[in-house]
Design a protein around this ligand. Structure first.
Ligand code: FAD
Length: 334
């Protein structure tokens, strides 16, 4: 497998961090995956994996091989009156997959339109938006298991999906996703629970395309564009806390966003907590919290992983001091 020397990753992460890797490799076939690990092991090189780099904070230097997942292909495997089973290769762009299904009148993925990144990374943190998650229609995935040294099919129960969580996130670096199988149920049931979509309920002849267009419009109106304001989307997960931890927040702000979870837990809004802590638009050196959305960390130019770590630590400390709630980061530091 040809290795690229001194691989520049600055254009391969949406935070636009300047980053280099001693070597790079393109994984463009399933067979290339085990081949790369065999070669890297023989040469004593560490390997890390990247899709579109939309959920990572990259260190300036990596002394190993950074492999970009680029395997392409998508197909309908089977369909009947209960649904459609699709298969997508890990290197496909997630939004293109959504648009491809919706373009054929197939509903199920439209609420997840506009999320950057590759299909292979989607199950890693169980991407979610507008009341939907990739876990909803997940059937199975094919992954190279670096521990077993073999390809393995993981089914939904094995994936241990949770809020921005899965087996792949819990065992980082172990599995390299090669393809996914997703089931789109028939008849289509639009998921319009989320604010902004609810007004579409009852529209005569509503189509998945109309819902997708609304989702894309809502995202564009709320989130800074990473191409002009480099960012990694939501930087902190919404904290899921004990009722006792949420109580002081809700006593002071009875209207604060709070959603009951199983087990008597409460999900608070990280963006709301950050904004109420006075940090919307806050900058620390070359990085800062977006003035448009308090959950988004922006690299204003020339920022590094250390700058982002320092900002994240400041945000965590400020929110703990103000509300007693601990925030956890969503992107992966690589
Ligand atoms: C503007 C913006 C908006 C966003 N909005 C949302 C949102 O609404 N909801 C949401 O959930 N996320 C959101 N995200 C985060 C991001 O889009 C998702 O996490 C996406 O799935 C990351 O895909 P990627 O290909 O860029 O992964 P990368 O950032 O390249 O990698 C992320 C992690 O996955 C691993 N990985 C990548 N590919 C594979 C593979 N094939 N097999 C195994 N591991 C792999 C990497 O090693 C890394 O640990 C947003 C990001 C941005 C920039």
């Amino acid at each position: 497998m040809p290795l690229i020397s001194d691989f520049d990753l600055s254009a391969h992460n949406t935070l636009a961090l300047r980053a280099r890797s001693r070597f790079g490799a393109l994984l463009d076939t399933p067979e290339a995956v085990p081949a790369l690990f065999e070669e890297a092991e023989a040469k004593g090189l560490a390997v890390r994996l990247l899709g579109s780099g939309s959920n990572v904070v990259l260190s300036p230097e990596f002394d190993g091989v950074t492999a970009l997942m680029t395997i392409a292909g998508r197909a309908i495997l089977s369909e009947d009156e209960t649904g459609v089973l699709i298969e997508v290769a890990a290197g496909e762009i997630w939004h293109d997959l959504v648009a491809w299904t919706v373009g054929q009148g197939l509903g199920g993925l439209e609420n997840l339109a506009g999320i950057p990144g590759t299909a292979g990374a989607a199950p890693v943190q169980n991407i979610g938006a507008y009341g939907a998650e990739v876990a909803d229609g997940f059937e199975s995935l094919l992954a190279y298991d670096r521990v077993a040294g073999d390809m393995r099919r993981l089914t939904r129960p094995e994936m241990a999906f949770g809020y921005r969580d899965s087996l792949l996130k819990q065992q980082p670096g172990r599995f390299v996703v090669v393809s996914l199988r997703l089931r789109l149920s028939r008849p289509w049931q639009p998921n319009l629970r989320f604010a902004g979509l609810a007004e579409l309920a009852g529209s005569a002849g509503l189509t998945p395309l109309q819902v997708m267009d609304r989702v894309v419009g809502l995202r564009q109106s709320k989130l800074p564009d990473w191409r002009t304001h480099p960012n990694a989307g939501s930087f902190f997960k919404n904290p899921i806390v004990e009722e006792a931890e949420a109580a002081p927040v809700l006593a002071e702000f009875p209207g604060a966003p709070a959603f009951a979870q199983p087990g008597g837990l409460v999900k608070l809004s990280a963006g709301w907590l950050i904004e109420q802590s006075g940090l919307k638009g806050f900058t620390l050196g070359p990085v800062g919290i977006s003035a448009r959305h308090a959950l988004v960390v922006v690299n204003h130019g020339g920022g590094s992983a250390d700058d982002i770590r320092a900002l994240a630590a400041h945000v965590r400390a400020t929110v703990v001091a103000r509300f007693g709630v601990t925030l956890h980061e969503e992107p992966v530091f690589l």
